[in-house]
Design a protein around this ligand. Structure first.
Ligand code: GAR
Length: 212
């Protein structure tokens, strides 16, 4: 049986939840979040981690003097050991920075069940589709190919499946007949940047209750 979600403590702008943002790429979601946090919120970014040195989003952390680390996969040929070692390195940084909530923002790696179990209820992800439809790495392509008229984004707690955890919020966008993967991605990122910081407010302020 899966371990239940253990949600973060209830925080306030005076005692904000310390969050780590994990990214893999351009970091536009991270940029929007840091911008939102210019006003004191009940969450504050204390650590930024990328799984690759080239992630453009790393610059947003350096610019703001936030503890920002690139932690690439270690050079180990056994893939299973490599994932475990990698997550071990990430876990050490999370503990060092006393992180209370992990925010996946365009982090393109699947976390192992053993990592998720340690943090379950305190890992949140944003996915660019209306889950449970179109999980995985190619959500925009899959939605367009399926011919659906609506897509959007989903913020959810992470469990040991792929994009299967408890849904917190969703927002819809229309898919137009001339839509391309790029135009759909841009449209969805725009609503993600509004939605995710607000869901983090609600999560930090104790407005969600876990179902299992
Ligand atoms: C976002 O659209 C996010 O939903 C998606 O990657 C993009 C990251 O953009 N995440 C996933 O697909 C996770 N499966 P960004 O790097 O510009 O913030």
């Amino acid at each position: 049986m899966e371990r239940p979600y253990i949600l973060p403590r209830i925080a306030s702008p005076d005692k904000p939840l310390k969050i780590a943002v994990l990214i893999s790429g351009s970091g536009s979601g991270l940029k929007a979040l840091l911008n939102y946090q210019k006003t004191p919120r009940s969450h504050i970014t204390k650590l930024i981690i990328s799984d690759n040195d080239d992630a453009k989003g790393l610059k947003y952390g350096y610019e703001k003097n936030i503890n920002t680390k690139s932690i690439p996969l270690p050079d180990v040929s056994d893939k299973k050991k490599q994932r475990i070692l990698h997550e071990g390195l990430i876990h050490i940084e999370l503990i060092k920075s006393k992180i209370e909530l992990i925010v996946l923002s365009g982090y393109m790696r699947i976390l192992t069940p053993s990592f998720v179990t340690k943090w379950k209820g305190r890992i949140v992800n944003i996915h660019p589709s209306l889950l449970p439809d179109f999980p995985g790495a190619n959500a925009h392509r899959d939605a367009i190919n399926a011919g659906v008229k609506l897509s959007g984004c989903t913020v959810h707690l992470v469990d040991s499946g792929v994009d299967t955890g408890m849904i917190l919020e969703q927002r819809e966008v229309e898919i137009l007949p001339e839509e391309t993967i790029q135009t759909l991605q841009n449209k969805i990122k725009k609503i993600e940047h509004e939605l995710y910081p607000r869901v983090l407010d609600s999560l930090s302020e104790g407005l969600y209750h876990s179902k299992s």
